[in-house]
Design a protein around this ligand. Sequence first.
Ligand SMILES: [Fe+2]
Length: 225
Amino acid sequence: MLGFHLLRSSISSSNLFSNFSAKTHLFSLLSISRLSNTNPRLQMECYSTSSETSRILIRQLFEKDSSTYTYLLADVAHPEKPALLIDPVDKTVDRDLSLVKELGLKLIYAINTHCHADHVTGTGLIKGRVPGVKSIISKESRAKADLFVEHGDKIYFGDLYLEVRATPGHTLGCVTYVTGDGSGHPQPRMAFTGDALLIHGCGRTDFQGGSSSQLYHSIHSQART
Ligand SMILES: [Fe+2]
């Protein structure tokens, strides 16, 4: 069972972080309570996991103009430290790649939760800067990418993986990426929901394939279970 981890990339104005109107991917309630202390923006820009049993590294990064959170994940116990970026933004590609280099990681995937007018991805720029990086998005999104995923697929990085869960409603092709359930994975599991689920809200459903009823079903059957 998921520990109700909200890790997203867009937020409504009436949420926990309304002082900087952030979009949010999802994180755990523990993380949120931590972030609400002291300076929330600083906390969110440098949040990382710390667990004796987890081999995963997570960095939460923020792009203020689009109010987007990008997530850097890596298997730091693996010799090559393979890493992936979820929902990178074009304006912050330099920052993201600098962090990858600083941490000594090997970026292998740049993945998106969905394709949308409010979601300006940095995936193409990253591919041009880092040879060998593969872009990933859902098949249902009908967007361009190197690899396409569907509900139930697993995206491996090192000995860790993300499970793909279809969460349509904001767009038809929205997916949520959920951390794995085996040894070395964080517990409780974490779900990166894109615009499907925000803190104190959800993504709009009034255009580009949106459906309120479908989104409700997606959240309750996939993102919170
Ligand atoms: Fe969106």
